[in-house]
Design a protein around this ligand. Structure first.
Ligand SMILES: [Zn+2]
Length: 433
């Protein structure tokens, strides 16, 4: 894989941030590349860490150690790296463009080959400690730059942020049956798990299947007025794919939400590199819903191969992906809160896609981070607080109907219910971010 013209990405990142319109003009220098004419009144020079030199790019390592990345994200810490050269001219002894590029392009994922059994890059494979992903560091760095620009241009410094980030509640519908009717495999599995009695009760309609919980989820949305974003599968033949077709009567509770919620495609297990598969699944979903599917997609199992999955999704007609989270760790995989335009290290250009990263998934809290409900609740509160940004931060949650299997997940299902009912945050759908 060749990495070319990284400065194009940085230029577009800087150019897109809305706070640049507040100041007369800004120029910046990065790695020896002057992207804006030198005649402008404010100049910020970032240290050239030589990160973009070919030999350095072969390494997955971030441009600086973890401590420096964390320190520069804070107001006090960032100040230590700033040198006022002359009025209107500032030198920052930190290669912010390189660091931002490292996170947003997920550079290390193109340099580390290790993947889990589902082909995913996990947080535990990162060269950075997992705690680094608990904050949107890139967002914080750009907030520090905004502070700096305001200071040297004589504009009033922004007051500290107050309030909470909007929350986007999303649901992937994977499975609707814990105990598939009269399945010998299910019988054996239930016996091994000590749940044979429960299985038989479900089979003979003495008890509801624990996965059959869409009515509980839609009831919560109805009752609270919280809008939701649902991802449904439109196909897939892998054993890990959906156990339903789009005509399954157990999807009926979603009918009441068709007019008020957003419905996108949950790309099947094998679709993440296959534009044709994604396209055909989208067509099936649109036919079933009898309406156009929003061009928004999340891949099953969060199988996001950067940038190839984005390319396949784009080719299939999608413009928004919501798969950008680590399966094994909640937080900020891209160092960013809210939406951003992905970048392809293959071409050195932005892709015609918007990424809205996933910040907290129920299965991650329960299975990978192994948190009890109380700790999971606190973790969600912390990540929600960290999602706040001056420039469109959002906290994205994924909660499955399968968490309703309390034998496996205990009271984790209630964490979501309690969290969304007890917050004063505004709720948004993914397509309105
Ligand atoms: Zn899924």
């Amino acid at each position: 894989m060749e990495l070319v013209h990284p400065h194009i990405c940085i230029a577009s990142i800087l150019g897109r941030l809305d706070y640049w319109v507040d100041v007369p003009a800004v120029s910046y220098a990065c790695s020896g590349v002057q992207t804006v004419p030198d005649v402008l009144p404010i100049r910020i020079e970032f240290e050239n860490s030589e990160f973009f030199k070919a030999d350095k790019l072969m390494s997955p390592a971030a441009p600086y150690p973890a401590e420096t990345l964390l320190e520069t994200a804070t107001v006090e810490g960032f100040r230590k790296f700033v040198e006022i050269v002359s009025p209107g001219r500032v030198r920052v002894h930190f290669d912010l463009p390189a660091c931002a590029w490292w996170f947003l392009s997920r550079h290390e994922e193109s340099r580390i080959e290790k993947r889990d059994s589902h082909g995913r890059f996990l947080c535990s494979y990162s060269t950075l400690p997992p705690e680094l992903y608990d904050q949107p560091l890139v967002t914080r760095w750009f907030e520090r730059v905004e502070d700096l620009v305001r200071k040297i241009s004589g504009l009033p410094v922004r007051a500290p942020m107050v309030g909470t980030a909007p929350i986007a509640v999303t649901h992937d519908v994977d499975l609707l049956r814990k105990f598939p009717l009269f399945s010998p495999r299910c019988l054996v599995r239930s016996y091994r798990e000590g749940r044979l009695g429960e299985c038989l009760k479900v089979w003979f309609r003495r008890q509801k299947d624990p996965y059959d919980a869409l009515d509980a989820l839609t009831h919560l949305h109805d009752e609270t007025g919280i809008p939701g974003t649902w991802f449904l599968m439109g196909g897939g033949t892998h054993p890990s794919d959906a156990d339903y077709t789009l005509s399954d009567h157990r999807l009926a509770p979603l009918g009441t939400r068709l007019d008020c919620d957003t419905f996108g495609l949950h790309g099947s297990y094998d679709s993440y590199l296959d534009a044709k598969k994604i396209y055909h699944e989208a067509v099936s979903l649109a036919e079933a819903l009898k309406q156009r599917v929003k061009p928004i997609i999340r891949q099953h199992y969060l199988r996001l191969d950067i940038p190839n999955t984005w390319l396949a999704q784009s080719e299939a007609g999608f413009t928004v992906d919501a798969s950008g989270g680590f399966a094994d760790r909640c937080g900020f995989r891209h160092g960013w809160t809210g939406a951003f335009r992905p970048y392809s290290p293959l071409t050195g250009r932005e892709l015609p896609m918007t990424e809205i990263p996933l910040n907290a998934m129920d299965m991650t809290l329960s299975r990978y981070e192994r948190l009890d409900p109380e700790s999971a609740y606190k973790r969600m509160q912390t990540l929600h607080a960290n999602s706040l940004s001056r420039h469109g931060g959002v906290f994205t949650i994924l909660w499955h109907n399968t968490l309703n299997d309390r034998v496996v997940h205990g009271d984790m299902y209630d964490v979501f219910d309690s969290f969304v009912r007890n917050t004063s945050a505004r709720f948004v759908k993914l397509d309105t971010i």
